[in-house]
Structures are given as structure tokens and as C-alpha cells.
Ligand binder design. Structure first.
Ligand SMILES: Cc1cc2nc3c(=O)[nH]c(=O)nc-3n(C[C@H](O)[C@H](O)[C@H](O)COP(=O)(O)OP(=O)(O)OC[C@H]3O[C@@H](n4cnc5c(N)ncnc54)[C@H](O)[C@@H]3O)c2cc1C
Length: 474
């Protein structure tokens, strides 16, 4: 429970003794309860507050932000993010969301894409030339050293086919096909797949080209790289992730008279003839509202629904979703080992390295803090942390000459086994719509049907879509 929060404190007071917690009502507005305080729940709460609803948000953990948060690590004796998060210029709902929370100033977004890609010490740069419009990547692509001439011609053909593919028209077929199969059908060599396509797909879809479906992969390529130059720009938080959404999100709700209930889990969504009548919380109290947005992960939603409702085909479809891991290796060196803000690596288990010191505006410091982000990290998720520390500090010495003489002062390994849902072939039929067969229950969560992969943008969109569907139902 947020002790500083007047409205939330009132809820706690009412729950004592009565065991029943009415959602805050006020100014004759309709009440809405949001279940789950990740980005999707925060986004739903924001949209509902802006539509005049009285909103109560329940989150089981003592803080908001869901899978995008920062925390104090006793091991490293400093604040760290649970994982490096990146957004792109095409993430317009996410940018609008952090702007509304007053946190956009704490994020950085490139004017246009510039990313170094290194293989065996050879540096290439993928960058936009915005003046060239849809051909903005062409000059850097021509100079890109990690593809031979033939592979470049093939890759250019593949990009053209990607740009011309009508995803709406072929949605079913593309959802059912792996992107690898699509690439092979379009004459892509293994060299082009490794040196270009997987470089884009692995960090954006948290899975390899072999496993993702062609629809989501083409969505990333079209929205992120082919529609307009600014869309490809890379952005990130310059502060801890909680300061970008969780903390300002809580303040946003509070300032608009909403309630935030922290540290209490939703145990059951109680459904009667007319729809959801209340939700039961972990302390035995119940929370009532006119309408509900579940912004819970898919597994938690199914656990909280009455079993007979969870077995209905509409909801049961979500049981087919699966998740993918991310592992972060955080290293504190006694000196500077890299200059750029981030770089990608080919031919190495290191995929992307982020220069956290520079990103956080501490570039002048004597040492340097960097984070290796490993997407689709099945190979590493079950390996002992000491083994990962050894493997990656040695690999960093191979990749960064300046790391060879540097001392690693601290190393922290953060494993997130269920970082994202997997965009495997057939996933579309498992993503539920925001409106449900239960009239006053709406769904948010990046795993719902947003048309986006498992991203902060998808989470924020899902919250907006759920709020729109809820508002339209009155
Ligand atoms: C390491 C890592 C790196 C990532 N990198 C990126 C990136 O670079 N770019 C990007 O766009 N995305 C990235 N993502 C994905 C992104 O973080 C998620 O897509 C997004 O945060 C999901 O938000 P959500 O609100 O849909 O779900 P969640 O964040 O999972 O929110 C669900 C909330 O519900 C709460 N909850 C669960 N059960 C209950 C219950 N019974 N009662 C009450 N509350 C409950 C949870 O505690 C949580 O707060 C990354 C994720 C991870 C883990």
C-alpha cells in the first residue's frame, strides 16, 4: 500500500474490519478497477482517468512498473534495471505515455538511427540518412562491411519484398510461417540472415528468425525500418526504469484522485450473471467497480478467473502463449573500455553492450558501468551465474582491447526467464482481444491483441485500447 497516498490509505482503512473495499467513487463518475500495475495497467489507468473514470489500481508487488523496473541490488550496492530496455522512434504510444507522465525528459531518443555493429574487430555502422526518405538506410547499407556484395543484393531484394508485403491481406499465412522460411523463400543466404535479419529480429522480438513468425518480423521491419527514417531511431531511459514509468505513473494516478493499492495480489475475479461483481484480494478484502481492466500476465488472468470461465474457448486460448528469457550481465570496470552508447556484436555470444555510464550521464567518471543484454537467452538462463561471469568477462576482453587491462570491480547477472511472450508461428490465435465475453471485463497486457510484439509500446497500446473498449461499453 502506498502510505503517502491519501486515497489509497482510505481504501486500506475501509478494508480493515469490513473486509470489503469499494473502489473510490467521486463526482458521480463511473468506477474502474485496473488489476496489475505494469506499463499496460498504468496506461489503462491513465486513459481511464483522462476519460473521467474514478480509477483504483491493484498491484501485488510493493511498486509499479511490472517487467520494466529498477531496484537496489545489495550484491552490486547500487540501483540497477531488471534489464536494459530500448524503444524506437516508431513507439509513438510509449513516447506519448512517458510524456504524459512528465518523464520524457529522462529518456533519450536518437534524431535518427545510428548503431555500430562489430565483427572480429571490424566496425560497421547502420545509420539513417533521413533526407532520403524510404531509402534512408541505403548509404550505410552499401558501406556495411559485414555482408558481401551478393548477400547485399539479396538482402536489398528481401527488404524490398518486406516493404511490399501486405501484412493485412496475408495475416493468417504470415502468422503461420516462420520468418526463416519466409527469408529462405525470398532467397536470403545464411550470411544475410545472420549479418542483417537476425541482428534486427533477435533484440526486437527476443527470439531468433528461426522461431518467430513472419508476420511479427515483417511488422518490425516495416514499422521500424521502412516506413519513415525517424521510426528507426533508438531510445532508452537515462535514469532507472522505475523513474520513467512506475514512480511517475503512481504520482499521475494520485494527482488525479485515483487510488493505488500496492502489495496486495488479486486472488479471484468474481463473476456473476451481469459480469464481474468484484475482485478478491490477497488480504481477503474485495474491490468493487463498475468495470474492470485486467492488466495481469496471461497466466495470472487464467488463475484468477472462475475455473469454468477460464476453460471457455475465448480465455483458454491464452494458455497457448509461451515466454522467452533475457539475461543481463552488468559489469563495472575500473576504467573506460568503450566510447559509444551501445554497440552490437556478430560472431560472439555478446549480442548488445550498453554503456550505462554514458547513458546515465556519468561518462566522465573514472570507471565504467556497462550492461550486456542477451535476448532469446535459453542457452544462458540455466547456467550458473559464476560461469556466466567468467564467460562474458573473458569475451569482453576479446571484444574490447581496453578491457584487457581493466579490472572488473563488480559483476551482476540478472536473469528474467519470462521476459516476453514468444511470437512463434500461430501466436495470433492466442492473443485475446481487449473486449471479452464478460461484459464489464476488459483486457490489457502486452500479450493481448495489439498487433505489436512483446514490448513497452505493445503494453501501453493495450492499456489505451482496453480503456477505449471499456469507455465505449457505457
Ligand atoms: C529484461 C527485460 C528486457 C526487456 N527489454 C525490452 C526492450 O528493450 N524494449 C521493450 O519495448 N520491451 C522490453 N521488455 C518487455 C517489456 O518490459 C514488457 O513488454 C512490458 O513491460 C510488459 O508490460 P505489461 O504491463 O503488459 O506486463 P507486466 O509488466 O508483466 O505487468 C503485469 C503486472 O501485474 C502484476 N501482477 C501479476 N499478478 C498479479 C496479481 N495476481 N494481482 C495483482 N498484480 C499482479 C505484476 O506484478 C506486474 O506488475 C523487456 C522485458 C524484460 C523482462
Amino acid at each position: 500500500m502506498d502510505g503517502k497516498h491519501g486515497a489509497a490509505s482510505k481504501l486500506a482503512a475501509r478494508s480493515v474490519g469490513s473486509g470489503r473495499v469499494p473502489a473510490l467513487g467521486g463526482s458521480g463518475g463511473k468506477t474502474a478497477a485496473v488489476l496489475g500495475g505494469g506499463l499496460s495497467g498504468l496506461s489503462a489507468a491513465r486513459s481511464l482517468l483522462e476519460r473521467g473514470f474514478d480509477v483504483s489500481l491493484v498491484e501485488k508487488r510493493p511498486f509499479l512498473g511490472g517487467r520494466a523496473y529498477s531496484f537496489y541490488s545489495r550484491e552490486a550496492d547500487t540501483d540497477v534495471d531488471n534489464g536494459q530496455h530500448v524503444f524506437m522512434g516508431c513507439c509513438t504510444y510509449y513516447v506519448d505515455f512517458i510524456e504524459a507522465l512528465g518523464a520524457y525528459g529522462d529518456a533519450a531518443l536518437q534524431d535518427s538511427l545510428r548503431a555500430e555493429v562489430v565483427r572480429d574487430g571490424k566496425r560497421g555502422v547502420l545509420m539513417s540518412a533521413p533526407a532520403l526518405g524510404p531509402l534512408h538506410l541505403m548509404p550505410s547499407f552499401v558501406r556495411y562491411p559485414h555482408l558481401g556484395v551478393v548477400d547485399k543484393i539479396r538482402a536489398a531484394y528481401g527488404l524490398l519484398r518486406a516493404a511490399l508485403t501486405d501484412r493485412r491481406r496475408h495475416a493468417g499465412a504470415l502468422d503461420g510461417e516462420s520468418f526463416y522460411s519466409w527469408l529462405k523463400r525470398h532467397h536470403q543466404s545464411d550470411g544475410a540472415i545472420e549479418g542483417l535479419w537476425n541482428l534486427i529480429i533477435l533484440p526486437t522480438l527476443n527470439d531468433t528468425v528461426h522461431s518467430v513468425n513472419a508476420d511479427m518480423a515483417l511488422m518490425v521491419i516495416q514499422e521500424g525500418f521502412l516506413k519513415q527514417p525517424r521510426a528507426a531511431a533508438i531510445g532508452y531511459a537515462r535514469v532507472g526504469l522505475s523513474s520513467l514509468a512506475g514512480i511517475p505513473g503512481q504520482r499521475f494516478i494520485k494527482d488525479r484522485g485515483g487510488a493505488v493499492i500496492l502489495g496486495r495480489a488479486v486472488r479471484a475475479i468474481l463473476v456473476g450473471d451481469g459480469g464481474v461483481s468484484a475482485v478478491r484480494l490477497s488480504d481477503g478484502s474485495t474491490l468493487e467497480a463498475d468495470a474492470y481492466v485486467s492488466a495481469l500476465p496471461f497466466g495470472a488472468l487464467l488463475d484468477c478467473l472462475p475455473p469454468e470461465r477460464a476453460r471457455e474457448p475465448f480465455f483458454a486460448a491464452a494458455a497457448g502463449l509461451t515466454s522467452a528469457p533475457i539475461v543481463g550481465i552488468h559489469l563495472w570496470y575500473d576504467r573506460q573500455i568503450m566510447e559509444e552508447s551501445f554497440a552490437a556484436f556478430l560472431g560472439s555470444p555478446v549480442q548488445w553492450v550498453f554503456n550505462r555510464s554514458r547513458i546515465q550521464g556519468e561518462a566522465g567518471a573514472s570507471g565504467q558501468y556497462v550492461c550486456i543484454s542477451l535476448s532469446g537467452a535459453w542457452e544462458f538462463i540455466d547456467r550458473p551465474k559464476d560461469e556466466l561471469r567468467k564467460l562474458f568477462t573473458e569475451e569482453m576482453r576479446r571484444l574490447f582491447p581496453l578491457a584487457r587491462r581493466a579490472e572488473v570491480r563488480k559483476c551482476l547477472v540478472i536473469k528474467q526467464p519470462d521476459a516476453t511472450f514468444r511470437c512463434v508461428p500461430g501466436v495470433a490465435s492466442h492473443r485475446l482481444s481487449q473486449a471479452t465475453p464478460i461484459p464489464n471485463l476488459f483486457l490489457a497486457g502486452e500479450w493481448t491483441d495489439t498487433g505489436w510484439p512483446s514490448t513497452m509500446e505493445g503494453a501501453v497500446r493495450s492499456g489505451v485500447y482496453a480503456a477505449e473498449a471499456l469507455a465505449a461499453s457505457f
